[in-house]
Design a binder for this molecule. Structure first.
Ligand code: SAM
Length: 186
């Protein structure tokens, strides 16, 4: 068993995980990850976590500021690419694990966010190229994010059950709280 996964069970007591912690814990339960893709690099925390469990990591953002911050965090341990994530297949073909952390760059320009049309095109293509799992964190606290999340909920609900498992992790008693969707290829 992956040691990180063992730790997950062995800890005597712990508080409920944040969405980011949940994704990072879950990703360590997958073995033999060759290629990871961070579709929304931001401050680089997801990229860093991917580096811990993948042999090679590709990370995308449209903002120079995101590349600067992530480079400070991970150095040369990942391919940091300034391009829209919809072009991911120009750099990498199939991948084992992908992460979408939607919305805007924390402590950055809140007007630059992921957008519905690009997220739609990218996610549909990513699901075809994904070999093991994709995690999506949806933020419904702002109108753009709500629109994205509504579409994603419908899209993943229709994925073929013979090929994919789809689950969700969400706070049930907190209005407009972000939530995680996990899409696993069977
Ligand atoms: N994963 C990040 C972390 O660990 O800190 C947080 C990501 S942040 C919530 C969302 C990021 O998506 C922003 O940095 C934003 O610039 C980026 N983004 C928005 N549209 C994008 C696109 N079309 N392609 C790639 N990145 C995009």
């Amino acid at each position: 068993m992956n040691p990180a996964f063992a730790g997950f069970f062995l800890k005597e007591k712990r508080n409920m995980l944040s969405m980011v912690e949940y994704v990072h814990e879950r990703m360590h339960t997958y073995d033999n990850l060759e290629i990871g893709v961070d579709f929304t690099m931001g401050n680089g925390h997801d990229t860093k976590s991917l580096i811990e469990c993948c042999k090679e990591v590709y990370s995308f953002d449209i903002q120079e500021e995101a590349l600067k911050r992530t480079k400070e965090l991970v150095g040369d341990k990942a391919h940091l690419i300034r391009d829209s994530h919809e072009n991911f297949d120009h750099y990498v073909d199939t991948f084992d694990i992908g992460i979408f952390n939607l919305g805007y760059l924390p402590e950055g320009d809140h007007n630059i966010t992921t957008t519905l049309d690009i997220t739609q095109r990218t996610l549909i293509k990513a699901v075809e190229h994904m070999k093991k799992v994709i995690f999506i964190t949806c933020y419904i606290g702002h109108p753009q994010g709500k629109e994205e999340a509504l579409w994603i909920d419908n899209y993943v609900s229709d994925l073929d059950t013979h090929t994919y498992n789809v689950s969700s992790f969400k706070m049930m008693n907190k209005k407009n709280a972000p939530y995680v969707i996990e899409i696993e290829r069977k």
